[in-house]
Design a binder for this molecule. Structure first.
Ligand SMILES: Cc1cc2nc3c(=O)[nH]c(=O)nc-3n(C[C@H](O)[C@H](O)[C@H](O)COP(=O)(O)OP(=O)(O)OC[C@H]3O[C@@H](n4cnc5c(N)ncnc54)[C@H](O)[C@@H]3O)c2cc1C
Length: 431
């Protein structure tokens, strides 16, 4: 690849204790946690709202409850504040997962954006929306200055500690932290454009068994282009509205813009084909319309950093516990691969594994933490731990650890796990 070199002066717009990059589930929770600990926090987000994939693509939080015979709630603290906020707006319902993976909280994503606005403002976070992480300058092994793109051009931010909650590990990548690149290796989970159907006769649509819908998807594959034959549609808090998870775009490197552009087009095209199928073939959808596509295609997996601990498939399936645990997870391995149906592998009934703090601490960069789906985990472990419940919990832990790191003047790797765990418990986390 040819390259060219340029140098410009970049105005410094903020100095802070903790900079959080990415205002999705993990990043918003991280910013709130750090600010509640007294840190001066800046949160930058490239879109005009918070919530990330949880607001752009989805409407259901999984990971709060264990699946199996006896349900147990395993996530608490800041995640509970989000749930309470949605409930106050009357836009929350609890419902079973289509595939038995434990109950989820379904909400209106538009209201979720407003709930995050309130929580972040109440915590005193300095929020910069429409602000895009571009690059950084290192001082030795530390991130010294972060360069963001803003409507006024590039701007610089200095922070004592940085939390990368960008989903794609953009900061860790530019800082030179090691990572596994699922997209480039061709092992990344497939992408999905979700869509919303309005004017649905919900009673008739939900009375039609999902197994019959899946059989019809198989039988009708000569008449409709339906790459995934076992997708789901679920009820929402809004009357006449069903939300789907049906399309499948496989083999995409989600950090390659040309591949991502092609995937966006393909996802939208598939969505219209599923709409046609639903209207033609599934009871209750005869008079339904497309109510909207996800704001962008949903990307499940890109870069996973190599941290002080690498969470594995064995850790997940054996319900492993860790002395530096910062959260629990009972969600199964849910792998949306290129060919055939989604693969589900469950933990022993009612059990959870723990997420160690070390999986949020990258190797080789002193003042950086990661949170959310770019944590340090193998492909299979990631397929379990990426639910929003766990991303929220990881965010709370990373933000708390970042504040402790600044308060005590030590790098994140030296933050004592017991102090972190005590703070998390005090703030409602379930450990
Ligand atoms: C199709 C699909 C269906 C799924 N279904 C479910 C489900 O039903 N329930 C569930 O619990 N989980 C589900 N998941 C998993 C879950 O949604 C994700 O793992 C989780 O939302 C990731 O949260 P995060 O905070 O790590 O990342 P995100 O929510 O993606 O947040 C990253 C944020 O960083 C911002 N950002 C990115 N780059 C930059 C930059 N350069 N500068 C500034 N900001 C930046 C983004 O705009 C975004 O707001 C699904 C995932 C997909 C893709």
């Amino acid at each position: 690849m040819t390259s060219f070199r340029y140098e410009i002066d970049v105005p410094l717009v903020a100095e802070c204790d903790v900079l959080v990059v990415g205002g999705g589930s993990a990043g918003s929770a991280a910013a709130i946690a750090a600010a509640r600990k007294g840190a001066d926090v800046v949160l930058v987000e490239k879109y005009g709202f918070l919530g990330g994939t949880g607001a752009m693509v989805l409407d259901t939080f999984y990971g709060f409850f264990t699946p199996g015979t006896t349900e147990r709630k395993v996530v608490g603290g800041i995640p509970d504040l989000v749930i309470e906020g949605l409930d106050r707006h009357g836009m929350l319902m609890k419902r079973p997962n289509t595939y038995g993976a434990g109950a989820g909280y379904t909400y209106d994503p538009e209201v979720l954006k407003v709930v995050w606005d309130g929580l972040v403002a109440d915590a005193g976070v300095r929020l910069f929306l429409h602000t895009h992480f571009i690059d950084l300058a290192m001082d030795g092994e530390s991130v010294a200055t972060v360069v963001v793109g803003s409507p006024k051009g590039p701007r610089a931010i200095r922070a004592k500690c940085v939390v990368d909650a960008s989903g794609d590990a953009h900061v860790a990548f530019r800082a030179g932290a090691p990572f596994e690149d699922a997209g480039a290796l061709g092992i990344a989970q497939s992408l999905t454009t979700t869509f919303k159907m309005i004017n649905v006769d919900v009673g008739r649509a939900t009375a039609f068994p999902k197994t019959e819908m899946w059989a019809l998807m198989q039988r009708e594959s000569g008449n409709y282009r339906l790459p995934r034959k076992e997708g789901s549609a679920h009820i929402t808090p809004l009357p006449g509205v069903m939300v789907t998870n049906m399309t499948r775009v496989a083999g995409v490197d989600g950090t390659d813009v040309e591949a991502l552009t092609a995937a966006e087009r393909e996802g939208r095209s598939q969505a219209l084909e599923y709409v046609r199928f639903l209207r033609d073939k599934i009871p209750g959808y005869e008079k339904a319309d497309l109510g909207g596509l996800s704001i962008q295609i949903g990307v499940r997996e890109t870069r996973r950093i190599k941290g002080q601990y690498w969470l594995t498939r064995e850790d997940v399936l054996s319900a492993r516990k860790f002395p530096d645990a910062i959260a629990q997870c009972g969600a199964p391995i849910e792998e949306h691969h290129a060919s055939g149906d989604t693969r589900w592998e469950y933990l022993p009934d009612g059990e959870t594994y723990e997420i160690p703090y070390r999986a949020l601490v990258p190797v080789g960069v002193d003042n950086l933490l990661v949170a959310g789906r770019c944590l340090s985990a193998s492909h299979d472990a990631h397929a379990s731990v990426r639910s929003i419940g766990q991303c929220l919990a990881m965010g709370q832990a990373a933000g708390t650890a970042a504040a402790l790191s600044v308060e005590h003047g030590v790098p994140p790797v030296a933050v004592p796990a017991e102090a972190l765990r005590a703070d998390l418990r005090k703030a409602g986390a379930i450990l």
